[in-house]
Structure formats: C-alpha cells, structure tokens
Design a protein. Structure first.
Length: 143
C-alpha cells in the first residue's frame, strides 16, 4: 500500500521551471524506501526452516534476491526474478486445491498461498515503479 501511495504522490511544482533541483528529498522517495523495507519484512514471513536441501536452496536464493531489493541494487531485475521464483514455488508447494475440503491442512496451505501472492504483488509494484531515490541504482546514476 505504501508503494501505491508513493506512486500517487505528485511532484511539487518548482519556483524555477526547467531548472534541476539539488536534492530528491520528496515524500515519494521516502515512501518507496519504506515500501521496499516493509516488503523485505513480508518476505521474511515466507522463510521456512526445515531440514531439507530444497528448502535450504529456496531460502538462500530468496534471501539473496530480497537483500538486493532492500539495498536497491539491480532492483527491477531482482524483483522480477524473485516474482518468477516465488510463483513457481507457490504453485508447487501450496497447492491447496488438490487437498479435500475436510482436511485441516487445506486452510493452512490456502493461507500460505495467498500470503505469498501478496508478496508477489508488492514485488510487481517494485518492478513497475522502480526502487526510488534512495537506492544504489539511483546513486550510480549520479556518478
């Protein structure tokens, strides 16, 4: 929601039209940074600590990509790869539609499925809107 709010913020009009400003201290940049950080916290709820090689690989790849998103390095690419990664894992491991309605496990898988979809939705917003002003991608443009 914060990422959507950041996109809806319009840039204020400058007193001197056409002249560049010295700083990017707009509320939009702060909102995009906080949206990225909160998205990292949402992703942390998806980590599972089970003793299997597949789960270890899932956690390692996901954590590496979400750290790139947090610092804002190659943010759009990392977000897109994480969207594809989470979508494949979500449909494989949280297939609640294959379980009969009378089993209690169905509700847990359904909850996990939609929780993962909410993280995917936030990542798609990052893909569409970019990392914002406070990111390594933006800092590299100033060099």
């Amino acid at each position: 929601m914060i990422l959507l709010l950041a996109e809806s913020k319009s840039e204020g009009r400058s007193l001197f039209a056409g002249l560049p400003s010295l700083g990017e201290n707009t509320p939009k940049t702060y909102l995009q940074l906080s949206g990225r950080i909160l998205l990292v916290f949402m992703f942390l709820t998806l980590l599972r600590f089970e003793m299997s090689i597949l789960q270890f690989v899932q956690n390692a790849v996901g954590t590496a990509l979400v750290l790139l998103i947090a610092v804002g390095y190659k943010t759009k690419l990392a977000s897109l790869i994480l969207v594809l990664w989470l979508t494949a894992i979500n449909f494989y491991s949280n297939a609640w539609w294959n379980i009969p309605e009378y089993q209690y496990n169905r509700d847990f898988l359904k909850y996990d499925f939609f929780q993962t979809l909410s993280v995917i939705g936030g990542l798609l917003l990052v893909v569409a809107l970019g990392p914002g002003g406070y990111s390594m991608d933006e800092h590299k443009k100033k060099w």
